[in-house]
Design a protein around this ligand. Structure first.
Ligand code: APR
Length: 170
């Protein structure tokens, strides 16, 4: 059974247990996928985010999905790319690990990730895809409770990058 899926889609349309948002430290919304999730999730999503007191880079926090088809939203804050000498790789990996840990702790089975940090935060797409896939595969090997992880790519270049990094073989 393939436990990693890759697709081109709008993550706000995904019917999974949780979608993972590429948020910022305030957790109060923004552009990109963050903006799309808040637009679709509605005002109660923002209201719950306000109660969380922000989020550090590499960390993740969970809210309900409200008007979204997903049950939950896991908000994680990816690193801004500064050339790779400020621990960006490790911080990006912890975004994926911490999001999966939260999903596991909540008994969730299907999780859809957006391509964290690869937009406004300018993390090189191919490098981000390698980190994401390696990190998720390592987690899935040790955590059979998670049934499926979906990489939801918003563009063909991100999709091709995940594909080239062997996203589906797991
Ligand atoms: N569904 C899936 N993926 C999407 C969607 C969507 N509806 N909209 C955008 N994306 C993709 C982008 O194409 C990119 O590949 O999400 C990826 C992450 O890009 P950003 O949303 O720009 O996130 P990031 O690079 O992590 O920057 C985060 O941007 O939006 C602000 O508030 C956010 O300050 C934070 C920063």
């Amino acid at each position: 059974m393939t436990r990693i899926q890759i697709k081109i889609s709008d993550i706000t349309k995904e019917h999974v247990d949780a979608i993972v948002n590429a948020a910022n430290a305030s957790l109060l919304g923004g552009g990109g996928v963050d903006g799309a999730i808040h637009r679709a999730g509605g005002p109660r999503l923002l209201e719950e985010c306000r109660s969380l007191g922000g989020c550090k880079t590499g960390q993740a926090k969970i809210t309900n999905g409200y008007n979204l088809p997903t049950k939950y939203v896991i908000h994680t804050v990816g690193p801004v790319w500064h050339g790779g000498r400020k621990n960006e790789d490790q911080l990006l990996a912890t975004c994926y690990t911490n999001s999966l840990k939260i999903a596991k702790d909540h008994g969730l089975k299907t999780i859809a990730f957006s391509a964290i940090s690869t937009g406004v935060y300018r993390f090189p797409i191919d490098r981000a895809a390698k980190i994401a896939i390696k990190t998720i595969k390592a987690f899935l090997v040790n955590n059979p409770e998670i049934d499926k992880v979906v990489f939801v790519c918003f563009s063909r270049d991100v999709y091709d990058s995940y594909l080239n990094n062997d996203a589906r073989d797991c």
